[in-house]
Design a protein around this ligand. Sequence first.
Ligand code: XBP
Ligand code: MG
Length: 232
Amino acid sequence: RAAALIFDVDGTLAETEELHRQAFNEAFIRHGLDWHWDRAIYRELLRVTGGKERIRAYQDRLRIDLPLSDADVAALHRVKTARYTELIETGCCSLRPGVTDLLMAAKARGQRLAIATTTSHGNIDALLARALGSHWAADFDAIVAGDDVRHKKPAPDVYLEVLARLKLDAPDCIAIEDSANGLIAASGANIPVLITRSMFFRDDDFSGAQVVLNDLSELALETKSEKQPHAQ
Ligand code: XBP
Ligand code: MG
């Protein structure tokens, strides 16, 4: 049994990427840009992790004459983030099946919990305060976000920082991820990976993962069937 479970956020804890996409598109309108990211474009752009990095990658792809400065990109991304947290606060994004059960079971078994994500602390808090209550962070021993480290996923930085804060060795933990970039990041830190397939990354190559599930409720089923012989 692993000493700690380290969770990715977007796509893993909840299907948030559609809300990120909507928030990006609304921010573009507010900034007077005629950009629109449909699902097909967004699927490609998700290869670039981090919202600010994704905006820059999109302008590189458009080859526009006067690209936005880093300050403009940051301002645009702030509008996107404000809109995203507003959308999350409407409560339209619940946690994926099996997530809450696994968090509770892990806590009851004495496993430690952590988060390794590309998104920001504010976005994580908006999602988890709504889903788990305002004191959710007390159950997590390490919460590392994209801007806390030098390189975002697929670099291993967020995972290495979590391991350092937990003071645990990589093989004693499990990372729970939904994308090839996340798998590469965790594997780069030597952490075994459990994948739950999500909307945008369903067809990624997960051959390096220990386990690939559709969602975490399948894990609960596995545990139940294992436990059945001892049920009485
Ligand atoms: C998530 C991301 C993030 C979100 C947007 O990756 O790449 O960029 O799409 O969030 P992962 P921000 O699930 O691998 O952590 O705009 O806050 O970056
Ligand atoms: Mg993810």
